[in-house]
Write a protein that binds this ligand. Structure first.
Ligand code: GRF
Length: 202
């Protein structure tokens, strides 16, 4: 039976859209059963609704702490039979409740070549640092920000004529192909993780 997964997103959801399209095209052979957002106004929720995918939103401010917030999310994930999680612009650090519920089963995408340029302004930081190459990383999620074992990376050249805006467009373009590819590999059990070591058997 196809694995079921949920996407967590806080914002625009362009990566979510690429994932929705890949599921529809059959390149990701898994069931995108749920989209969760911590922000009611996230455009990602609108994209999911349009695609006929079930959505849910919880406001972390209405919970006393991270653990109770994540327990409420986890309850819904369990009810829906979700097998793995995909973070796509989800702007919160996961706590041990969700990490323990989905060990080595949570993926994230980051717009830089980790471990370089962690954090929320990675594209700008790379651009301003004048490196000639940056890129995109898909990795497993652990308890630290942008830190877990790396699954796939793809580099993006920063040319002399690039502006921050053109670089952003390039990075997002790469994200929209690399993330569906990584999710497809994961759903087909082609990714083996031992500690921090990740092997791909494509
Ligand atoms: C992407 O750049 C992703 O790498 C980062 O957050 C951004 C989300 O963009 N984690 P979108 O909401 O998918 O358009």
């Amino acid at each position: 039976m196809a694995k079921k997964f949920a996407v967590f997103a806080s914002g625009n959801g362009s990566n979510l859209q690429a994932i929705i399209d890949a599921v529809k095209a059959g390149t990701i052979k898994a069931d995108l059963a749920l989209v969760f957002s911590d922000r009611a106004q996230a455009y990602a929720l609108e994209r999911a609704r349009r695609a006929g995918i079930e959505v849910f939103h919880l406001d972390p401010k209405t919970f006393p702490d991270k653990s109770s917030f994540e327990k409420a999310i986890g309850k819904v994930l369990k009810e829906k039979g979700i097998d793995f999680l995909v973070l796509a612009g989800y702007m919160r650090l996961l706590g041990e409740t969700l990490l323990n519920a989905y060990p080595d089963k949570i993926l994230n995408i980051h717009p830089a070549l980790l471990p370089l340029f962690k954090g929320m302004t990675a594209i700008k930081d790379a651009y301003e640092s004048k490196v000639k190459t940056t890129g995109v990383t898909v990795h497993f999620v652990d308890e630290k920000t942008d830190n877990g074992p790396i699954i796939l990376q793809e580099s993006v050249a920063i040319g002399a004529s690039d502006t921050l805006e053109t670089l952003e467009v390039k990075i997002h373009g790469v994200e929209h192909t690399i993330y569906p590819r990584a999710i497809a590999l994961f759903t087909e059990d082609k990714i083996k993780i031992t500690g921090r070591k990740v092997e791909i058997n494509a």
